[in-house]
Write a protein that binds this ligand. Structure first.
Ligand code: GLC
Length: 767
């Protein structure tokens, strides 16, 4: 038996001198431990900012030929061979190294036959192990009862077990089905439930990586990377929620959004080709009484797809037009792509060239590939100076009054083949490669955009990005890219947004109605119903597809669509409360049931229901022609939102769901803020608020601020506690930092209403 290596201890970092390569454990908090082996890479994390280490007590002992490191939440054991095994405080195994060899899948094909299969257009995925010196893999044991979640936007199901994924941001046109290993984002965080015990694993390496989650074998899962340091974080915590809280402590949380960003948003590639068309969309939304807060301007508003320009032939006075839309209650969100048109007469291109802001070929020339404007150069967003430049460019847009920026094509996408891996990109101020910086390109672009908006607007920046890395949630909301108008993509919305939420991305949405292909009346209807609680609520479609504005299919689609938009606006104060909580806990708005009920076996891979916070259960219809469905209700008592019928939990119930009905249940013991009926979120503060009460005993924290800027960080917000005890309701203003406080509070109980008035003298609410 080999002997344990020597080690050095430097406060909370211990370096174990394994002969092949030292292994470092750093204790950040009692529940976050970093495992690191230097494989020659330099540079800092893009996901984690600032020092996350807290003074933490730990023990290091030797027991039975193993080093045993213990914090109050985690135990890590290291043996002489370098195996790393992690246990929770009670000694349950969480993450343990697999001791055997990997057994490659036998795909039953030799090279000759592989060619034949490929000749017909099928692909045979490679099952050999990369033998480059920089390649490494980490193989962990898989228990019979083990479920895996997270990984951001990956396609497929809630439980990722049994599938394999790549972390390499791509813009593929293929339908995003469960067989696709990667789409636009790389968020390599796994949340596991091993025999019911929760853990997290975050692999912080921007290089291309692969995760096989029990597809190759039922006995192990593995992470492999083509290069980079071994750098992963063990996340412990008593519950799955605590794991999410710890992960978002590490990589950051979605900041409090502006309130109007929770409103409905209308988009289509092509609208902005004509000011008249945009105006017609705006007028239609108002005339048809469809609440809406924003209209998105896709690439057509630009002059020949030159970023940070307006086509003056289409928009004589962009600022005036934007102001006009604002008067109608619409914010404008223009798209910005990274590709800068190669045009010597274009200021942005000139500036980029002059200051050397673009990525380069290894020979030192500006690297050119094609995107919308044709030949384009790509800003080197890894460099602080380039991010600063980009942030300054956003002023061109904010000066016209736009309310946010939508970042697209930032994987980065390119039409003329992939950008070669050796193209010179920077890692901060150090020359690096495309291979290293690819997965953080969108992240850095989003960060620059956020900084620009913050500086020029002073309000909470609204950025939407397609590409992202772990931690991008600090700067940007996301949408899931180019889905299609087809039922499987409506179905996938649920697990995809839930897994994004578990991965720190609380503010996310899909293109409602489907982006590519032609939508239908039924699909659009079911999509707006199912998506009505999705934090980002945007209908978007590709140019050349059948129109899918709410009125495009006539009745009854229009009326149903309107009804759900109106419902959404009623829920905005509730969603806003959830965001206020999320900034403290990292817990997502839209949640898989497993997050709230991790001990319930029934919900561990439940793909057609989700929860909003802890108190709403949504069971949309996501099957064509279905008008009835089975709904699983977990523990507790549940009240049908539409008819107040009560159900005991831990059972399946059959509910009717004709085309106009979204099955929706409220957990008994809920206080639900109920916003006013409005066509858009105005800057006028609410002076009254309604709360619907479900059940006789409960309490609730409600948050209020100006909904726009950062004043809340200086205490300018109100907090109210609504407590119900045996049907008796009390409202307390527990933090008073924002004016005006609600002058009246209406409480809707099961059989009566109560109106309370604010008494400024006693700062209390009275009947
Ligand atoms: C990409 C985006 C899509 C956008 C289109 C044109 O496909 O994902 O949302 O409409 O580009 O800019």
């Amino acid at each position: 038996m080999s002997t344990l290596p020597k080690y050095q201890q430097n406060q909370q970092t211990i370096t174990f001198d394994y002969p092949h390569r030292p292994l470092q454990l750093s204790i950040l908090t009692p529940s976050i431990i970093r495992v690191f082996a230097n494989r020659g890479e330099t540079g800092q994390s893009y996901a984690i900012e600032g020092d996350k280490q807290q003074p933490t007590d730990y023990d290091l002992t030797v027991v039975a030929h193993q080093y045993v490191l213990t914090t109050s939440d985690l135990t890590v054991k290291l043996d002489a061979d370098g195996h790393v095994d992690v246990y929770d405080a009670a000694g349950h195994a969480l993450i343990t190294d697999f001791r055997g060899e990997r057994h490659l899948l036998d795909k039953g094909v030799d090279k000759v036959h592989q060619k034949l299969v490929e000749a017909e257009g099928h692909s045979v995925t490679d099952v050999t192990i990369d033998d480059h010196a920089s390649y490494y893999q980490v193989v962990k044991e898989l228990a019979t009862d083990e479920h895996l979640y997270g990984l951001g936007d990956k396609t497929g199901y809630l439980d990722k077990r049994g599938f394999e994924y790549d972390n390499w941001n791509v813009d593929y046109p293929d339908p995003q089905l469960e067989i696709l290993p990667n789409i636009y984002k790389s968020i390599p965080v796994l949340l596991g439930l091993k025999n019911g015990h929760p853990y997290g694993l975050f692999f912080d390496n921007p290089y291309k990586s692969h995760l096989d989650l029990g597809k190759e074998s039922d006995h192990y899962y593995f992470y492999s990377a083509v290069a980079g340091n071994l750098d992963y974080y063990i996340l412990g915590g008593a519950t799955l929620k605590a794991i999410v809280t710890n992960y978002t402590y590490l990589t950051g949380r979605t900041p409090l959004p502006q309130k109007w960003t929770l409103g409905y948003q209308q988009s289509r590639w092509g609208y902005s080709a004509s000011q008249n068309e945009v105006q017609a969309i705006a007028d239609n939304l108002r005339e048809k009484d469809l609440p809406c807060d924003a209209i998105h301007f896709d690439v057509d508003y630009m002059r020949g797809y030159r970023v940070f320009t307006w086509d003056r032939a289409k928009y004589a006075d962009p600022a005036k037009f934007v102001a006009h839309l604002k008067q109608q209650g619409f914010k404008v969100i223009p798209i910005i792509d990274p590709g800068v048109k190669q045009d010597p007469d274009y200021a942005i291109y000139q500036a980029g060239l002059q200051h050397d802001y673009f990525v380069k070929t290894p020979a030192g020339e500006t690297y050119i590939n094609k995107v919308w404007p044709g030949n384009s150069a790509f800003p080197d967003f890894g460099r602080p100076a380039v991010r600063h430049w980009w942030a300054q460019n956003t002023k061109i847009l904010t000066d016209t009054g736009v309310a946010g920026i939508w970042n697209d094509m930032n994987e980065p996408a390119s039409f003329d083949g992939e950008i070669p891996l050796d193209t010179v990109f920077s890692d901060q101020n150090t020359p690096a490669t495309h291979q290293k910086m690819h997965n953080v390109y969108g992240h850095n672009m989003a960060q620059a955009t956020y900084a620009g908006l913050k500086e020029h607007q002073g309000t909470r920046p609204f950025v939407i990005t397609r590409a992202a890395y772990a931690g991008t949630q600090k700067y940007s909301t996301v949408w899931t890219g180019d889905n299609r108008s087809m039922w499987p993509h409506l179905q996938m919305m649920i697990p995809q947004l839930c897994n994004l939420g578990l991965s720190g991305f609380s503010f996310a949405g899909t293109d409602i109605g489907g982006f590519a292909s032609d939508s239908s009346a039924e699909l659009l209807t079911r999509w707006i119903e199912a998506a009505i609680f999705s934090p980002l609520l945007r209908n978007h479609a590709a140019m050349g597809t059948r129109h899918q504005e709410p009125w495009s299919f006539g009745e009854p689609t229009l009326s149903i669509y309107r009804r759900y938009l109106k419902l959404r606006y009623r829920f905005i104060p509730f969603l806003y409360d959830l965001f206020a909580d999320e900034t403290q806990t990292g817990l997502p708005i839209m949640r898989p049931l497993v997050l709230n009920y991790p001990d319930d076996q029934r919900v561990r891979d439940l793909n057609d229901e989700f929860m909003v916070g802890d108190s709403l259960l949504v069971a949309p219809i996501v099957q064509k022609s279905q008008t009835k469905r089975l709904v699983y209700l977990p523990a507790g008592d549940w009240i049908d939102f539409w008819n107040n019928q009560e159900y005991r939990g831990k059972q399946d119930v059959v509910v009717d769901a004709p085309l106009d009905k979204l099955p929706l249940f409220v957990k008994k013991g809920t206080v639900l803020p109920w916003g006013p009926a409005v066509s858009y979120i105005s800057d006028e503060p609410d002076t009254t608020m309604t709360f619907k009460l479900y059940g006789n005993t409960t309490s609730y924290q409600h948050y209020q601020d100006n909904g726009t800027d950062f004043a809340y960080q200086d205490g300018h917000y109100n907090r109210y506690t609504i407590s119900v005890t045996d049907g008796q309701v009390q409202v307390h203003l527990t933090h008073h930092g924002f004016e005006p406080v609600y002058q009246t509070v209406q409480l809707d109980l099961a059989d009566h209403q109560l109106l309370l008035h604010y008494d400024a003298a006693t700062a209390s609410y009275q009947a």
